[in-house]
Write a protein that binds this ligand. Structure first.
Ligand code: ADP
Length: 161
C-alpha cells in the first residue's frame, strides 16, 4: 500500500491543486490531502471551510482523503499516517527555490520519505490561491480557475465582507 501526502494551505483549493491531487491519486494507492496552517499568513477561509471545500471537490476520487490534523513537522505527520511520499506541484520559476529548500530539509529530517514533484499543467502554471482571492475580491471571473463550489464560497465570503 503506497500512501502519499499532498500538503498545502488550499486557501482556497484551485483547479491547479486538484490537477496535482488527481494525478497523485493515479500513481499512489492512497492520497492524503493535508491542510496546513501557515502561522505567517491569516487565512481567508478557516480550516473547517477549507476542509469542506476540498472534500466536496475530491468526492469523486475514492482513494483521496482530506486531513486537517497535521502537526508541526510534515515528515512526522507522514510517518504517523504510514505514508512513504510527499507529492507537490511545481509551477515554473516561482515554486522552485522554496520547494527545493523544503524538500532538502525534509530529506534531512527523514530520509525514508521521498518528495515527488509533479510539473504544473501549462494552463494552471500561473494559478495560485492568492491570485484567486484577489480576483474574487475585485469581482473578477473565476471560471476555469476554481470549481463552481469554491467560486460560490468566494462570492459569499466577499459579499459578507
Ligand atoms: P503553500 O502556498 O502553503 O505552499 P498552496 O496551497 O499554495 O500551499 O500549494 C500547495 C501545493 O500545491 C504546493 O506544492 C504548490 O506548489 C502546489 N500548487 C499550487 N498551485 C498550483 C498550480 N496552479 N499548479 C500546480 N501546483 C500548484
Amino acid at each position: 500500500m503506497k500512501t502519499a501526502i499532498c500538503p498545502g494551505s488550499f486557501d482556497p483549493v484551485t483547479n491547479g491543486h486538484l490537477d496535482i491531487i488527481r494525478r497523485a491519486a493515479r500513481t499512489f494507492d492512497h492520497v492524503i490531502v493535508a491542510i496546513l496552517t501557515n502561522p505567517r499568513k491569516a487565512p481567508l477561509f478557516n480550516t473547517l471551510e477549507r476542509t469542506d471545500m476540498l472534500k466536496a471537490c475530491t468526492q469523486d476520487l475514492p482513494n483521496v482523503s482530506v486531513d486537517s490534523s497535521a502537526p508541526g513537522l510534515l515528515v512526522d505527520f507522514a510517518r504517523e499516517k504510514g505514508a512513504q511520499a510527499i507529492v507537490k506541484g511545481l509551477r515554473p520559476i516561482q515554486d522552485f527555490e522554496y520547494e527545493w529548500q523544503m524538500g532538502m530539509v525534509n530529506m534531512q529530517l527523514n530520509d525514508e520519505i521521498e518528495t515527488y514533484f509533479l510539473m504544473s499543467r501549462n494552463e494552471y502554471s500561473y494559478l495560485s490561491s492568492s491570485i484567486v482571492r484577489e480576483l474574487a475580491s475585485l469581482g473578477g471571473k473565476l471560471e476555469n480557475l476554481v470549481p463552481p463550489i469554491v467560486e460560490q464560497r468566494l462570492r459569499q465570503k466577499f459579499a459578507d465582507k
